[in-house]
Each structure stands twice: as C-alpha cells, then as structure tokens.
Design a protein around this ligand. Structure first.
Ligand SMILES: Nc1nc2c(ncn2[C@@H]2O[C@H](COP(=O)(O)OP(=O)(O)OP(=O)(O)O)[C@@H](O)[C@H]2O)c(=O)[nH]1
Ligand SMILES: [Mg+2]
Length: 424
C-alpha cells in the first residue's frame, strides 16, 4: 500500500505517478496533494501536511509513501520519522521499476550500478532511525562502523560493475561493427514511456515483443530487420522509454544501450497522440536525445494511438518535401503503410542510380544484387551477361565495391540521377 504526494495538480502528472506506482507493483491506497511555494528544507512538505501524511499512513496501514519529487536524503529521513513508514522519492521509484524490468545481463548491470550510485548518496541514514523508533537498534558507534564498511563495499561493487559494463560495451560495439559490414541502415524507435514504441515495433516486425500498459515495459534494446517497399531493408530497434526528470544516474548507466540510438541513421519519435501532455513529453524526449548527442539525427515524428483521438491516418511533409510526420495506430494497424512509405522515402532520398555490366561468370554477384538491393531494370546485352540498373545508397555502393568478385570495370560510368521522393 502506498500514498502519493504531489505538489502539482495537473491530472496527467498524477496519472503518470499512478502508472509509475502501479508499474512498480504497488496498490495505491490514497493520494495527498499539497502545494507550497518553497519546499521545506527539513521535510519537503510543511508541518501540517507531514502530519496529514502520518494520519493517512496510520489509517490505511500503508507501508510506503511515494513522493513525486526528488527528496534530499535528510528530507526522506525526516518524513520517514514523522510518518513512521518508508518514503521513496521519484528517482527511487523509477530505479525500482528498472530493477524489476531489466532482463539482459547488461540491463541488470546498468540498473544495479544506477541503484548503487543513488544509494551511495543516501547511505548516511540506513533504516536505523525507523528501527530505533520501534525500539530496535541501539547506539551510534557501531552504526557508523557499519556505515564505513558499507561505503567501501559499495565503492568496490561500483568499480566491478563499471569494469564489467565496459567489457559488455566493447562486445556490443564489435557486434554493431559486424552488423555494419552489411550496409543496412538502422532506425531506432524513441519516445516517452508508454507512447507505444513496442506495439509499433510489433506491428512493423510482426513479432512478439513485450508490450504492456506499464511504464518502462522495455529496458533491453531489441533489433529486427524489416523490409520496406522498393526492396530496401532497415534494422529497426526498440528502446527503453524516456520520462521527464529521468534520473541522471540512469541516463549515465544506460549510455551504452543508448549508444545504439545515438548511432542510428534515423529516429522514429513515437508520440502518444491521445496524451494531453504530448508536447511536453516530446520536449522531454528531445532533451534526453540531446544528452546522448543524438539530437542531430533525422527524425520522423509518429503520432500513435489515433484510434483514441479519432484522427485519420495521414502524413505531412516538411518544407523540403520529405515526410516528417505520420499519424498511425499501432493497435488497429491504421497508417502502417504510410509509415513504411515514409521510411522507404527517407532512405530512397540518399540513393542514386547505377548501372553495372556483368559478364556471364558473375552470376553469383548478380544473385547477391537481387537479394540485397533494389534492382530497377535488367537487360541482356548481345555480348552476353547482364546489364543491371540499381538504386543504391552510398554505403551500399561502398560495400559492393569491397566484394571480392566485384570489378570496378563492371560499373558503367553515366550521369547519376538522384531519385526524387515518390508522391503519396
Ligand atoms: N489505443 C491504443 N493503445 C495503444 C496503441 N499503441 C500502444 N497502445 C497501448 O499503450 C500501452 C503502451 O504500449 P507499449 O508499446 O508497451 O509502449 P512503449 O512505448 O513501448 O512503453 P515503454 O517500453 O514502457 O517505454 C499498451 O497498453 C498498448 O496496448 C494504439 O495505437 N492505440
Ligand atoms: Mg516498450
């Protein structure tokens, strides 16, 4: 059981806190609102409010109070003393959810690291003051010795975790390099938590990735290859959701996961179109993107959940004629064709036409071209072999040139025309 306390009164803010609490597995038994110009240095809330909390805790027999703000360790401790109940601030709550959700070895390491770092700043207290109130643990001396031991243990553990994360990060990087050998562009789904990224990922990849009405349902990045219209494919990645005031420790801890985002060729910024806070959420997401230096990666904004808003699936182009916003519903599948078209359009923009004249002995290379690339036309020259016309991205051409059975002489020099984006 738990209580909530929020200084802000917007219903969406409260709803988000409720979702966070439920995502952590709590039952909400009461909500206490309060407003103050300036937080109280000792208890965050004022004296009267603190007593109100104490009374509700006692009445509801709550065992946790969640505060929708970041509290200093002293404020947490003082509130706990008054309420005689555990108090968790927003960062602590988010860390708890992350700890429950992380599944991959790397995700678990990252969460543990963030928790330890958060904990080490509040180690000054432990739970002794609660125990003492209940007639338990005694004097200060032994407690402090314990504190020193704890501090050292945590420092050692943080060091070990950092070393292991560094190893995993090196492995991840080499895996990414291997992937880059085949020139397939990567697209990352980013967006506020609960926007519908995983649902969209499922729709697009027709696979079953865990999607749930919980905050931070996804912690570990998932990658799949999808085919686009016009014989192009991209690797699509689902990622952890963002949230306002994402604890900085967590952004730090998840840096290597977020590296995938920072190296994507395109971001699909998924927005919950039905959420009244959507503009603010978009801003929050862009803030985190800036923090991981991904703000200059091209973005297509995907307004999801139009089944709830009653909007029709459609897209909009920017001043350069590129599709920049798409309205879809991952639930009904409406607009998926438009989204795929937007993706195809985006990547086609960088493609150029090339012609290759392959001799009869280059049959294997011809098969590779058909398998991987967008072959526009093939003709049979009288001299034998094949004349192929292809639309290639720069990276694809570079890859082709590295193939052992490719000869520069195959390429027919000709004016290369940039393909115009297709109309709607
Ligand atoms: N009505 C409606 N609900 C949707 C749509 N897309 C997703 N949802 C619901 O929104 C909730 C969140 O969806 P997810 O796909 O888990 O969202 P997410 O962005 O991956 O969330 P995190 O991984 O927690 O960041 C789920 O309950 C989905 O069923 C949609 O188009 N329409
Ligand atoms: Mg998800």
């Amino acid at each position: 059981m738990q209580l909530r306390l929020s200084g802000r009164l917007e219903p969406e803010v409260l709803e988000e806190l409720r979702l966070l609490a439920v995502s952590a597995g709590a039952d909400v038994c009461g909500t206490i609102l309060g407003s103050r110009q300036v937080p109280d240095a000792a208890t965050f809330v004022g004296k009267g409010k603190a007593e109100e909390i104490r009374d509700v805790v006692a009445r509801e027999q709550a065992d946790l109070v969640l505060v929708n703000h970041d509290l200093s360790p002293a404020q947490e401790r003082n509130l706990e003393k008054i309420a005689n109940c555990r108090v968790l601030d927003r960062t602590g709550l988010i860390l708890d959810i992350f700890a429950q959700r992380a599944h991959s070895a790397e995700g678990k390491l990252q969460v543990e690291l963030a928790q330890l770092e958060h904990m080490s700043t509040r180690l000054v207290r432990g739970w002794t003051h609660l125990g003492r109130q209940k007639g338990g643990i005694g004097l200060r001396g032994p407690g402090e010795t314990q504190l020193e031991t704890d501090r050292r243990l945590i420092r050692d553990r943080i060091k070990k975790l950092n070393e292991r994360l560094e190893q995993v990060s090196v492995q991840r990087r080499s895996r990414r390099k291997a992937r880059h050998k085949v020139p397939i562009p990567t697209v990352s789904l980013v967006g506020y938590t609960n926007a519908g990224k995983s649902s969209l990922f499922n729709r697009l990849t027709a696979s079953a990735v865990y999607a749930a009405d919980q905050l931070f349902a996804t912690l570990d990045p998932t990658m799949r290859r999808i085919e686009l219209p016009g014989k192009a494919s991209v690797i699509l990645g689902d990622t952890v959701g963002f949230i306002r005031h994402l604890p900085h420790d967590l952004v730090e801890a998840f840096k290597s996961t977020l590296e995938e985002v920072a190296e994507a060729d395109l971001l699909l910024h998924v927005v919950d179109a039905a959420n009244p806070e959507r503009l603010d959420q978009m801003q929050q997401v862009n803030n985190v993107l800036a923090e991981i230096e991904a703000q200059s990666i091209a973005q297509i904004t995907v307004f999801n959940k139009i089944d709830l808003t009653g909007e029709a699936p459609r897209f909009e182009r920017d001043a350069n004629g590129h599709i920049s916003r798409v309205w879809v519903s991952a639930r009904t599948g409406e607009g998926m064709d438009l989204l795929l078209q937007a993706l195809a359009d985006h990547f086609r923009r960088h493609r150029q036409r090339y012609r290759f004249c392959l001799p009869p002995e280059a049959g294997r290379l011809r098969a590779v071209l058909y398998e991987r690339f967008d072959v526009i036309r093939e003709t049979a020259p009288e001299t034998g072999g094949w004349m192929l016309e292809l639309a290639l991205e720069p990276a694809q051409l570079a890859w082709l040139r590295q193939q052992s059975d490719f000869r520069e002489s195959y390429q027919v020099p000709e004016a290369e025309s940039i393909l115009a984006p297709t109309g709607s």
